[in-house]
Design a protein around this ligand. Structure first.
Ligand code: PMP
Length: 457
């Protein structure tokens, strides 16, 4: 089946979700407040209730959720811990205050405890804002203009970094001298003063820096690629990048918005033992409340203290977000061993279960996982054992099979994101029992689909 036919079949759906979505579209551009959330090939899904590992659609269908709010919900939906923290803080300082509170210190101390590379912090509301601030800081600190970004990595929608991270390989090849392709219309050609290099290739970075190193302010990356499917860093890649950035006096920024407090309490830095100069946080940092943070070396972050670099935000560090973050951070500190062991265990069970299900049916898939983030790729060729970079991910995978699988799975009551580049996210609410049930459903779905008929026509 072709993508065109899939879209036609989606447009024919006439259930409560489809009707609700059509109504929403009359008021909300595209029917969602993020371009990623409603695409033409997505099956309509409008949610009326969420709890633990589950969400309920407006037609009353219960779905086991492996999207977990795109990563933040490390405890699952409406966890008691977070609900209680919200209720308590609303009775003390309210949601928005505009004054300093001691919550600043308490939350920052716990983040620093998990991330030793962080000496001073600031809070913000979104990932986009903190990444933009990180880039400004690096440029101001080094007095250099250029930054290095990577193919397939996403760092929010600001004009300073939003390149076409889902470009085709032809588009990437046609781009001379690794200059970025603007991420969307309306950017007047931005991001400016940026390069976009293939990731996980230390030799290439080394030779690029030999030529351009003295002009580079920052190297910015997701230390585990998560926005184009999961790709772990090669064994010496992060440490090699760290050495090179030190050699050329470049600020290394790890965007740990997905990985921080998810793949370990101390994120990729704990897992791989490599430390950045600046780190950006959001998602699992709070366990499910809209807030973000930037932290890093004191001498860099001091540029915010003395006002040389501007960072603001009416809602930055609001008491409600910080009270939730404090409760979450205390839980990670006290029970982190148990939490991350559980996440590792259930995601391993899930990954192995998936592998077996597809192997039995001789359907070539690749499952890549780092801690509680996993991606499932349908492969064009059964011999492709590994995907290490964005270009391979595009060239070797078959997104159409994934979409067809996702549609069947959604009907059967398990939700994984319909874009194959979005990882599956695990939460403590995913018990072993629940994961077992998910695998049973997946097995039935895989057995029911005639994959040979799903090849691109
Ligand atoms: N960086 C990374 C690695 C992300 O995954 C995201 C969001 N998916 C962002 C930055 C942007 O965060 P926000 O959507 O909160 O602006």
């Amino acid at each position: 089946m072709s993508l065109e036919n899939i879209i036609k079949s989606v447009n024919k759906i006439d259930n409560d979700s489809a009707r609700a979505l059509n109504k929403i579209k009359k008021m909300i551009a595209g029917g969602a407040s993020s371009t990623m959330r409603v695409l033409p090939y997505h099956k309509p899904l409008v949610i009326s209730k969420a709890d633990g590992a589950y969400v309920w659609s407006v037609e009353g269908n219960k779905l086991l959720d492996f999207n977990m709010g795109y990563g933040p919900l490390l405890f699952g939906h409406r966890s008691e811990l977070i609900d209680e923290a919200i209720k308590k803080e609303l009775g003390i300082r309210g949601a928005v205050l505009g004054y300093a509170t001691e919550l600043y210190y308490d939350v920052a101390s716990l983040i620093k405890d998990a991330f030793p590379s962080v000496e001073l912090l600031r809070f913000s509301s979104s990932g986009t804002e903190v990444v933009q601030t990180a880039v400004r800081l690096a440029r101001a600190f080094t007095g250099r203009k250029e930054i290095i970004l990577f193919e397939g990595h996403y760092h929010g929608s600001s004009d300073s970094v939003y390149h076409k991270y889902s470009a085709t390989v032809e588009e990437l090849i046609s781009q001379k001298k690794y200059r970025p392709i603007q991420g969307t219309q309306g950017m007047c050609g931005a991001p400016f003063n940026a390069y976009v290099l293939p990731w996980n290739d230390l030799e290439l970075l080394e030779s690029f820096l030999a030529e351009n190193g003295k002009n580079i302010a920052a190297v910015l990356m997701e230390p585990v690629m998560g926005n184009s499917g999961v790709i772990p860093p090669g064994s010496d890649y992060l440490s090699g990048v760290r050495k090179l950035t030190e050699k050329y006096g470049i600020v290394l920024i790890f965007d740990e918005i997905i990985t921080g407090f998810r793949i370990a309490r101390g994120g990729a830095q704990e897992r791989y033992g490599v430390y950045s100069d600046i780190t950006t946080f959001s998602k699992a940092m709070t366990g499910g409340f809209p807030t973000s943070a930037i932290g890093g070396r004191k001498e860099i972050m001091e540029l915010l203290s003395n006002g040389s670099v501007f960072h603001g935000g009416v809602y930055s560090g609001n008491p409600l977000s910080l009270a939730v973050t404090l409760a979450t951070q205390k839980e990670y500190k006290s029970n982190g061993d148990r939490i991350y062991r559980h996440l590792e265990e259930i995601s391993d069970i899930f990954a192995n279960g998936l592998k077996n299900i597809f192997a039995e049916k001789r359907i070539p898939v690749l499952i890549q996982k780092v801690g509680a983030m996993l991606s499932l790729r349908f492969l064009k060729d059964k011999n492709d054992a590994e995907i290490n970079n964005y270009r391979d991910s595009v060239l070797k995978t078959d997104p159409l099979r994934y979409i067809i699988f996702q549609h069947h799975l959604q009907d059967a009551g398990v939700y994984i994101h319909p874009n194959h580049i979005e990882p599956l996210y695990f939460a403590t609410a995913h018990t072993k029992d629940i994961v077992g049930k998910a695998l049973e459903i997946i097995k039935n779905v895989v057995n029911a689909i005639d994959f040979s008929a799903t090849l691109t026509d």
